[in-house]
Design a protein around this ligand. Sequence first.
Ligand code: C2E
Ligand code: CA
Ligand code: CA
Length: 632
Amino acid sequence: MTQTRDLIAGEQAVLAVPRRRRYRLCQILTIIGVVFLCSFGSLSLANGASFLGTILLTSALIGLINLYLLKRSRNVDRAAKTLTCILFVLSMSLLVTGGKDNTGILWIYPIVAINLFINRFWPAVILFIIFSVISTLLLFTPLSNLLLTTYTFTEAVRFILTILALNVICLAALYAEEKASETVLQLYNEDVRQRAYFDSLTGLPNRWSFIMNLGRMISRAEVDKQRIGLLYIDLDNFKQINDQYGHETGDRVLLKFSERLTDSIRPSDQLFKVPKESLARLAGDEFVVLLPNIQDPLDASSVATRILKMFEGGFGVDNIEHMVYASIGIAVYPDDAKSPADLLRQADAAMYSAKQEGRNCFRFFTQEIAERLSQRQHIETGLRLALREKEFVLVYMPIFDCKNNKIVAIEVLLRCPSHDLVGIGPDQFIPVAEATGMIKDIDLWVIENAFSALIVLQNEQQFTGKFCINISGLELKNEQFPTHVKNLLERYKISPQCIEFEVTETAFVAGDLTCLKVLNALDKLGVSIALDDFGTGYTAFNQLIHYPADCLKIDRSFVNDLFSEREARNKMVMIIQSLANLYQLRVIAEGVETEAQLNYLKEHGCDWVQGYFLSPPLNWDDLIKRLNEEPL
Ligand code: C2E
Ligand code: CA
Ligand code: CA
């Protein structure tokens, strides 16, 4: 819709150029005309040619009115018509009266030329015919009795022939000018079309034209009972290329990929040209491929395999092997969906699933993905509502000191008791909140409510421990986050030493400057930072020195596997513990469910523990009871 509007607006802008020129022409010619008419009118009156003089002065007056109206209304067409009439009457009167010694007809030449140029081609042709016919009738038939002068036969023939030649030249020039502006308009429209429907970098159709192409293809497939495969491709690690080599290199990679993609979807045994509408670049590093008329959904998988092969051993562009890969999702019409939007959404969901399952692979849209997608949509709707109505509550999980079994800290955990999200825990709704951007508001809500709860505990329960608040890894990319925290600390008058932020280890990106900046800013505020779920990510241990972290939280899966047969896992607690000793970090083990686990952790020097064996997450009232039961 907007594209069409833009197109029309642009076209009008191009058309306005010749219109502006005609406006100026009309204006200037009328001014010149009025000056001449006034002077010749006065001269004619002075010479006793009162008829011609009156006509000339009346024409000058009409010309002036016309000029005024043109300025006011900017209606060029009406002004041109009036000017045409004035000039026509003027030239006819010059012909009829002959002026002084029949020289009047000489003025007819420029007047006729002007009259043609202020008109469009076809009106000018009609004007020319009318003028020629009337002059011929006046000069060569008994109608010449109407003339107030007499012309010799030679004069008349010469006049008619020269006026004919002049007219033909003027009309040819007018025609050429009109053709030129038509060509400009055509070129402009093609350029606009190219920009409106195609991606400027790769020349591939953009999202908008892709949806249109897909719609057309689906309508055809419906009639012909055909299948269409839709491949949704997303490049993995592409951001790193931009970060490492700059956007120009990133653009080169995208361009090369689009070229190789075109080649890869052409079956090797065929030489047909791939239709442009089969490919599109939807956004940044997202592309789609349409495979019309596939016999079997599996045909799409061979194309996907060919695309993945492109990345084997790196993706070489300009002598650099880039470590980019692709995740591909496949959906098939009509098996998976019947409308273009649904088909695209499902291929996107399948791509997302490929990304989660290790990247550099393809996945078909399946019933399971469909269920996950609908569950996700359900959570998203529920979460939006809950956020608007502030339907969240906090629960509190005590953390104990291994030395004296006292509560030293409390982890704050979020619950959403909204009836739309019954049975859905933060494990499920936090990732949705992260994907939709709602997490920023949620994190701030949690921090603010945790702070006000802490104030109560400090004042009424003499609680002196830490409050451990989970924040999304996305906050490490949010440069505003430390400022928000600072403002809240000030507003609630909370000492930063009482606050620990827990961030999952996977959110720490080695070498990411924003991440480091945010962490340092938090550190400067005086709050402490814990690396949550430690051991599940891939933090190079020597990177630990670069992060201002204070604490490692051993993931509960390792505590769970303490006495398992799998050596690689039962040793993890010990490994993390040694690492923490090396870097002088505090250790919290979470998920302690048995006495044996607790004793083991105590023996191996763990600082703090939490888990169902000691206490489950508690609601506010239970937490108060529990704190009151604490031995002094
Ligand atoms: P997490 O930070 O690792 O939190 C610990 C999770 O393990 C909690 O689940 C807790 O109830 C559970 N847990 C603790 N001890 C045991 C145990 O002994 N046995 C078992 N089976 N489970 C135990 P919860 O509350 O469902 O939270 C899940 C995750 O959701 C959290 O993992 C955290 O990543 C995220 N989350 C929770 N609250 C918030 C929040 O306020 N903000 C943000 N951004 N994320 C949150
Ligand atoms: Ca946590
Ligand atoms: Ca954890």
